[in-house]
Design a protein around this ligand. Structure first.
Ligand code: IMP
Length: 193
C-alpha cells in the first residue's frame, strides 16, 4: 500500500518509515511533486492536521496522512499549543520561542506541560485521527544541545534530563510523535494488512 505523508521533513519521514515498516510505502510531498505551501489556518492541532491531509487527498487523489504538533503548557492555558512554531513571531525561531515561554513562566510554580501530536489519516475516503502525548515539565533554563524546537526546556515525566540531553533513540522511544505514529501503524496493521 502507498501512503503520502504530507511532509518534507527527512527526520519525520525516517521515523515514520521505521515504525510502520515495509508493508506500507510512505511517500513524501516531494515524491509526488507537491511543492504547495499548505496554509495552516486551523485553531486546533486536529484542524491543522485535517486541513493538510484534505488538501493532499483532494488535489492528488491519494491516501495520505498529515501531522501537527504543539507544546501545551498548563499554567498558560494550553499555550503555545497550535501556535508553537510561531510563538515569538512568524519566523519560527526556536531560540526566541523558548525565551518567550521561559519569560511567561517566570515566578510560576506550575511548570507542567505536554507535547501533543495529532495525525490525520485519509484512507479510501475515510478520515481518522490519532494522537500521542508525552507529559513533562518546563525547566527553568535551557539544558542540552541535541534535538530541535523546545527540546532544551522540556523534561519528560520520570526523567531528570531534557529532551535535548537525551539520545535521539531515547527521545524517540517515548515521544509524542512516536506514540501517535504507533497508533497509526496499529490501525493500518489491523485494517489493511
Ligand atoms: P510541527 O507541527 O511538527 O511542525 O511542530 C510545530 C512546532 O512544535 C515546531 O516548530 C517545534 O517548535 C515544536 N515541536 C514539535 N515537535 C517537537 C519536538 O519533538 N521537540 C521540540 N519541539 C517540537
Amino acid at each position: 500500500m502507498k501512503l503520502v505523508f504530507a511532509t518534507n521533513n527527512k527526520h519525520k519521514l525516517q521515523e515514520v518509515k521505521e515504525i510502520v515498516g515495509d508493508r506500507v510505502e510512505v511517500l513524501s510531498l516531494k515524491d509526488i511533486d507537491c511543492y504547495d505551501d499548505i496554509p495552516e489556518t486551523g485553531s486546533t492541532l486536529e484542524e491543522n492536521a485535517l486541513i493538510k491531509a484534505r488538501w493532499i487527498s483532494e488535489k492528488y487523489k491519494c491516501n495520505c496522512f498529515a501531522d501537527d504538533t504543539g507544546l501545551e503548557v498548563e499554567a498558560l492555558g494550553g499555550a503555545p499549543g497550535v501556535y508553537s512554531a510561531r510563538y515569538a513571531g512568524e519566523e519560527c525561531n526556536s531560540e526566541a520561542n523558548m525565551q518567550k515561554l521561559l519569560q511567561n513562566l517566570t515566578g510560576k510554580t506550575n511548570r507542567t506541560a505536554q507535547f501533543r501530536t495529532v495525525i490525520a489519516l485519509i484512507i479510501n475516503g475515510e478520515e481518522h485521527l490519532f494522537d500521542g502525548v508525552v507529559k513533562g515539565n518546563i525547566s527553568s533554563e535551557k539544558m542540552g544541545e541535541a534535538g530541535f524546537g523546545y527540546d532544551p526546556i522540556f523534561v519528560p515525566q520520570g526523567y531528570d534530563l531534557s529532551f535535548a540531553q537525551m539520545t535521539s533513540e531515547a527521545k524517540n522511544s517515548i515521544s509524542h510523535r512516536y506514540r501517535a505514529t504507533e497508533k497509526l501503524s496499529k490501525y493500518l496493521k489491523e485494517n489493511y494488512d
